[in-house]
Design a protein around this ligand. Structure first.
Ligand SMILES: Cc1cc2nc3c(=O)[nH]c(=O)nc-3n(C[C@H](O)[C@H](O)[C@H](O)COP(=O)(O)O)c2cc1C
Length: 202
């Protein structure tokens, strides 16, 4: 079976999936048009009751919006993400527009929209890198995000940049990651919880 990006494919899916990965060496060339095509892809994600809970706040490098969004990645992520072409904050509405009823699938559906964005970006020759390491409360304050919306994550977008833009520790880690085998997360008609992790020697 094929190997893509140093990733051994087990079953013959389309190349775009193993091809997508999250580099930290990103370069700042991203246009608004690039981003809008990716948001268009995100737009067509499926969602519970077609509620479309995803909201994206974006900033392109060297614009006034960048000065706001660049404050949101934590110290670790600022080391690499501020070289990117754009930062996008992923926010989700936790309620449906209809009577403000709770939407328990908001994170599920917003995740689907982010992935559509990421795959469209990949097809445009751009890279995305998501971040959980962000200042959530600061993001809410800076952008005046109300209580019925949740800040889920942020992601950086860019072309592949030079590894030399990274500090040495990140340079050493800059490679596509591997995955569990398909058999570890798919079960025919039964559920199997993960086995407890084997205790590693100190
Ligand atoms: C929700 C989410 C949060 C993540 N948070 C961070 C982060 O804070 N910093 C970071 O460098 N990478 C972060 N990552 C990147 C993951 O480590 C990466 O996606 C994972 O190792 C799989 O590698 P790949 O995307 O290259 O296939 C995050 C990814 C996701 C989806």
């Amino acid at each position: 079976m094929k190997k893509i990006n140093q990733r051994q494919v087990e079953f013959d899916c389309e190349d775009i999936f193993p091809k997508r990965w999250s580099p930290r060496s990103l370069s700042p060339e991203v246009t608004k048009e690039d981003l809008m095509k990716c948001f268009e892809a995100a737009r067509w994600a499926p969602s519970s009751y077609n509620g479309q809970p995803w909201r994206f706040v974006y900033a392109i490098n060297r614009t006034p919006a960048w000065d706001i969004l660049k404050q949101i990645p934590n110290e670790f992520n600022q080391k690499w993400a501020l070289n990117a072409g754009a930062l996008v904050l992923t926010v989700s509405r936790k309620t449906f527009a209809y009577k403000n009823k709770p939407n328990i699938h908001y994170a599920h559906d917003t995740g689907a929209a982010w992935m559509s964005f990421a795959l469209q970006a990949e097809m445009q020759g751009l890279y995305t890198h998501a971040m959980a390491g962000i200042e959530y409360e600061k993001a809410k304050e800076l952008l005046k995000i109300p209580e019925d919306y949740e800040v889920l994550a942020m992601f950086a977008v860019g072309k592949m940049g030079s590894k030399d833009s990274l500090p040495q520790d990140l340079k050493d880690k800059e490679a596509p990651s591997q995955r569990k085998p398909v058999s570890e997360f798919t079960f025919e008609g039964v559920f199997q919880a993960d086995k407890p992790e084997e205790k590693k020697d100190e």
